[in-house]
Each structure stands twice: as C-alpha cells, then as structure tokens.
Design a protein around this ligand. Sequence first.
Ligand code: SAM
Length: 268
Amino acid sequence: MKSREVTREFSLISCPIPDRAGTQVHISRFRLVSKAVPRGSQDPEYVRGAFARIADRYVLANHLLSAGTDILWRRKAARMVADLQPTRVLDVAAGTGDLALAIQRHCPGAEVTGVDFCEEMLLHATKRGLRHTVVGDALDLPFEDGSFDVVTVAFGLRNMGNWEAGLHEMARVVRDGGHVLILDFSLPRGVLQRPYAFYLNKLLPRIAGVITGERDAYEYLAGSIDRFPCGEAMLELFSRTGLQESEWLPLSGGIASIYTGQVAVMPS
Ligand SMILES: C[S@@+](CC[C@H](N)C(=O)[O-])C[C@H]1O[C@@H](n2cnc3c(N)ncnc32)[C@H](O)[C@@H]1O
C-alpha cells in the first residue's frame, strides 16, 4: 500500500487511514481528520494494533485519566443490565474486561462472555477473572442469532469499522425481546463544551502520552469521539437498526452516555 503524508496547520492527530482509492494516508491534523474519515468508518488494523500496544497500561490509564469516573459509569451500566435479570450476556469489544467483569459481579447467576478482536486486551480480561472470552470480530460475531438476553458494548462501537453494521450485528445475536446497551463517550453541551474540548484535544493526549507512551492513540480518541453519533443521533441509529423503546441517559454532564434499546418480539 502506498503512503502519502497530508499535513496542515494546527496538527492534533496523526493516524494512518485508507482513502477511497485504498492509499494509506497519514492525516496530521484534527480538523482534516474530521473531514477525511468517512462517517462511521475506522481502520480495523489501526484500531487493533493501537489497543494491542496499550493493552498492558489500558486499565491504569483509564482510571487515572478519568479519575475513576469510568468505574462508576460501568457500574451504572452493569446495574441496568442486572435489572433485566439476564441469564446470558455478551459484552462486545470487551477489551480488558472492565464492563464484563462488572456485569459478572452484578449478575452472579448469568453467564457473561466477552468478545474482542484484540487478543492482547482479552488476555487481561481472563487474568482479571472473566470466565468466558472469545477472540472475534464484532462485525461478524461468532454466535447464532438470538443467543443472548443482553448484549453490551462499552467504548467499543465508536472504534468499529462501521457503527451501523456493528449495532446490527449486536442486535442479531440478541433474542427477541432482549436488550442492547451501549456505553460510550459523548460531547457535553452548554458550559462544559469548551473546557471539555480543550481537555480532550490538547491535555489528554499529552498526559496519556506520558502514562502509556502512546500519544497517537489518544489523539485518535479525541477525533473518534468528535465523529461518533451522540444523543438524538445515536437514537436515530438505534431506530434504523430496528431497536425499540430506545433511551438515552447522559452521564457526568454528557461526557459519557448510556443508550438502551430492545429487539422487537416477532409475532408467532
Ligand atoms: C476502548 S476499548 C474498550 C474496552 C472495554 N469495553 C472497556 O470498557 O474498557 C475498545 C475495544 O474495542 C475493541 N474493538 C474495536 N473494534 C472491534 C471489532 N471490530 N471487533 C472486536 N473488537 C473490537 C478493541 O480491540 C478494544 O479492546
């Protein structure tokens, strides 16, 4: 694959993405990335490689950079899952297992499986006590239709090659009447908007670069949050996927959000 460098002023991001002709383009600017990356599209090889490199430091970095708030968000999501009293739960893009482990704790009677295409991340989930893990692509889940009562994804859909296809695939493996839950970053509105943009685009990559040694991965994070649908836009995506009774719960002033939806019950 050929490589060309596209560089502009106010450089904030440098990540390789393929353009329409399949040429590897190194984008070195936050604003340009927002225009150049097709909506709903991430390069899976870049994503897998980035997570493989930060796998050993991912949990610590997450907790430090969010001052532990991410633990509370996942706990809230796990409680919502527990309220549905599932017996089989799938956590997609489970990574080092933070959400899957929280669900395992809150739903002691349920079988909780974590699936991720980055084996380096999943190995940590296993070491930390997640009982069922499967290496697999979220866009082609290795499970039969309707296998789970609840399917969750935390901070994972945003990183997938196609958000709509990812959501469709999650809904496919949920039984009729079962639920899908997404936890991910969103962009706050109002007074928090500007300070958060400064933190996300300028401070976070620097601090995370020192902790993980992978500043690029966190520059990528800022761009990916900017492009990812949030609020009403995500509910619209749920509706296009055929999910019903969709709800949006903003967390911490809208820095993160939980979205839930239900797979329709087919008339017999
Ligand atoms: C930010 S981590 C989130 C991990 C975990 N869910 C958490 O809450 O900490 C994103 C994860 O998504 C995984 N991922 C991204 N695209 C994927 C895909 N197409 N199939 C499977 N896993 C994917 C990455 O490998 C990574 O482990």
